[in-house]
Each structure stands twice: as C-alpha cells, then as structure tokens.
Ligand binder design. Structure first.
Ligand code: NSS
Length: 431
C-alpha cells in the first residue's frame, strides 16, 4: 500500500486509487454503522468514511471509543465528494489506532490564556499550522536572500558582558563568580567579523527585558542581523528593500493556502514592491502631526504612534536621520548635520510599525570615544569594539530585523505572540 500525505491525493488523478494515510483525528461523527473521520496530517485534512461491515466490528468499536487527536493509520480508496471539507473522501478498507486520545483539552471557545497555557497542544490547530508554515518559509527566504547576496552566515555568543541597545532591557544571569547578560543583539560581534568576511549575517535569538506590554514585544525574539564593510546607510536600505520584497514574494508564491486559512488580505502583500518611501525623521514629525498623531521633534516613536502613522501606508517606509539623542551611541553622526545620525528604521504598513532597525556605524576612533563619553559609557567595557577602530577601520553599516515581527505583519496577525511557537513575554515563560 502506498503511503501518502493528504495534500498529495487531493486531486482527480487519485480517484479510484488505493492509499494509506497517517495522521490525527481532526473531527469524528457517527451515524449508525458509519463513522465519518476527518483526518489531518501536516499538509491538509480529508474526510474518511469507515463502515462497520468493511473494517469489522472490533476496529469499528475501537474507533468509536477514541477521541479527537488520536493518531491513526487509515487505508482505502479515494473518491470525489463535493460535500466533504476538501472535496474528496477515503472509503476506508482498514484502519489502525496508533495512539489513542481521550478528552483532548482544546475545544472551541477556549480563552486566549488557556490556549497559551496549552500551546504544546494548540500548535496542532489549523491556524497555528498555517502560521508556522509561513514562518518557516520566511526563515528560508531570509537565508536564501543573504546567501545569494554574498553574505556569510556566522554566529555571535548569547552570553555577553555589555549592552548594545541600552542597559535597561538587559537580562542578567549568574555566570559562575561573575555576572553576565543575555545578548540584546549580535551587532558588535558581526562588526568584528566583517574585517574577515566583509559581509556577514546571523539568525539568532535576542533577549530584551521589555517591561512594555504591547502587541509587538517579546522578551526572547528571533533576530536576523547583517553587517557589511564599505556599506553606507543607503546601501543597507537597498538590501533591506530587496530582501523584504523577496520574502513577501516567496510567501505569496508558496503559502497561498495558509494565508487564506488566516484570512490575510493578500492584496496588501501583492502591493509590496520597490521602491519604499524614505522619509527623514524631521519630515515624519510633520507627517505624524498632519495625520492626528501629536509628536514633537526629539520624541521617540512608541508602538501606538507607529501604529497610527503606518495605517496611512500600504508599503513599508524607511525613516532615516533620527536625532542623535534618541539612538544608541554607535550610530554614525551625519557629517552634514551631526545632530542627526545616519540610521534607519523600516516600519511595516497597515499599523504594524517597526520591523527593522539599522544604519551606518561610527568608524573613526575619536568620534567613537567622544560618543562613549557623552553617553557616560566606559570605553574599557567596550575595549574590543573600540579596537576595531584602531586597526584598519572601514565605513560599514548593518541592520537587525525582528523576524517574529515580520511574521506578525506578513501573516496579518493581531499579536506577535501568535507569530512564534512558544512566546516569551513579561508574563509568560511556559510551556
Ligand atoms: O533594537 S533594535 O531596533 N536594533 C538593534 O538591536 C540593532 N543592534 C540591530 C543591528 O543593527 N544589528 O532591534 C532590531 C529589531 C527591531 O526593529 C524589531 O523588529 C526587533 O529587532 N525587536 C523586537 N522584536 C520583538 N520583541 C522585542 N522586544 C524586540 N525588540 C526589538
């Protein structure tokens, strides 16, 4: 008997043929001497009709007893059936209950908290299955992009001794007789590696002790970071634009069915093509005020402001040239106006907001030492970062993409916690 996945047999070529499927009971209903089983596997669902007189009394009774999520093997002949959920059905000849399940805790109308507590079971849902496939496609497309563009994949450590994005969101961990932190970003390590490999990237977790409870903050998130020697701010923006378009295209091409399951409005995604608007922070302040978001020059953008602003966009937008005071010390001041830095954030449209933060790095030793001093940071804590400016420094730029945020936007989800298999937030570290 040929073993197949459900998706493979949902077409007319298979009508009248025999097949064995393996999966889990998604739904089950008995009418007299018939049991209708909707079987699910990783690929799709299909209805199976089990007749007592075909499979025998024993097996029929066994199937009747077990509940949804029991794992089964079922074999039979494929027929077209328009009333069945996916248009075909299996007339079972034989079946085997592999792992019975009784009283599966998840049913309709369970609360969000309950579903999060039972995430280990909820990941089986059709909705989570669709999200996880989109997520997998996005990670794959990211790697494809970087490799095609000549970036080498590399890795930084997760235990570190210093902050990249400010001390307030560092997670401290006991490290034998010392203290260490969980990394907020691999940026500084990537910067060291460009002196060997020129263009590097990494996809790794980053950790932020974020006190904010928003729909876009996790305490542990997946961070895709890139760094390239000889790149200026606009070169990096060019790569990010290309990367974003390529990823969205790939999802549209490979994940149509999943986007449909999630009711994602794909018109918004089909729209994503180059170029994206590039707007200076200064202009953004005016734009915000004109669109009912009150902010003044020097204000940082919070989740609410970004959401209100990006509702006016149907493509991502790059905001550049932020005031120096609201960005970390490593950003390169604009030689033409040192009050602003050569940086950029990419904000996703439709109210999603920031998914990328990046820019050009200070590459001159004196400028870096001055910035450290202005920010009251001890150069000794950053000795290896400072060293890079002593031995053959070059202009360079990089960025960090919150991959979960990208999934959140592309899949059109309400909250970032749905974008990752096991979300970690201020209130949740289980399961
Ligand atoms: O803080 S960032 O804006 N920038 C950096 O960490 C740079 N050091 C990256 C670099 O240039 N190599 O974070 C980058 C992105 C940001 O745009 C978000 O998309 C995401 O990381 N991010 C988060 N995602 C989920 N949850 C939290 N808490 C979070 N913080 C940042």
């Amino acid at each position: 008997m040929v073993i197949k996945h459900v998706q493979e047999i949902l077409n007319d070529d298979w009508i009248g043929k025999d097949v064995e499927l393996r999966g889990w009971i998604y739904r089950k209903r008995r009418t007299g001497k018939l049991i209708f089983v909707v079987l699910r596997d990783s690929t799709d669902i299909v209805q199976c009709v089990v007749e007592k007189k075909v499979v025998g009394n024993e097996k029929f009774k066994e199937l009747d007893k077990v509940g949804v999520e029991s794992s089964i093997k079922i074999s039979g002949i494929i027929a077209k059936e328009e009333r069945a959920p996916t248009g075909y059905e299996i007339h079972a000849k034989n079946l085997e209950i592999v792992g019975p399940s009784f009283n599966f805790p998840i049913s309709k109308d369970k609360s969000d908290e309950f579903l999060l507590d039972n995430r280990h079971l909820w990941v089986r849902s059709r909705e989570m299955n669709a999200i996880l496939k989109i997520r997998s496609t996005i990670f794959g497309a990211l790697h494809d992009f970087f490799r095609e563009k000549g970036y080498y994949e590399t890795q930084g450590p997760m235990f570190v001794t210093g902050a990249v994005e400010g001390g307030s969101t560092l997670f401290e961990v006991p490290y034998f007789n010392r203290k260490a932190y969980l990394t907020q970003s691999s940026q500084f390590y990537l910067e060291t590696l460009i002196f060997s490999l020129e263009k590097v990237y990494t996809v790794a977790p980053s950790f932020r002790a974020e006190k904010s409870r928003t729909r876009r903050h996790l305490t542990e998130y997946w961070h895709a970071e890139a760094e390239a020697a000889w790149y200026h701010n606009s070169d990096m923006i060019d790569d990010e634009e290309e990367m974003t378009v390529q990823i969205v295209q790939k999802v549209l091409q490979d994940r149509k069915k999943e986007l449909k399951i999630l009711n994602r409005d794909t018109k918004m995604l089909e729209n994503i093509e180059k170029p994206f608007e590039r707007m200076k922070y200064e202009k953004l302040v005016d734009f915000a005020n004109e669109h009912g978001v009150s902010m003044k020059y020097g204000d940082d953008l919070g989740a609410d402001e970004e959401s209100a602003i990006t509702k006016n966009f149907d493509k991502p937008v790059f905001i550049t040239h932020y005031p120096i005071e609201i960005k970390p010390f490593y950003h390169r001041p604009d030689p033409e106006n040192p009050k602003v830095v050569l940086c950029h954030d990419m904000l996703a449209p439709e109210g999603y907001g920031e998914v990328i933060g990046g820019g050009e790095r200070i590459y001159k030793l004196d400028v870096l030492l001055k910035r450290l001093e202005e920010e009251n940071l001890n150069p000794e804590d950053y000795y290896w970062y400072v060293d890079l400016r002593k031995y053959g420094s070059v202009p360079h730029a990089g960025f960090g993409l919150g991959v979960d945020r990208l999934v959140w936007w592309i899949a059109g989800l309400e909250h970032i916690k749905y974008a990752i298999p096991y979300p970690r937030t201020i209130r949740r570290v289980k399961p």
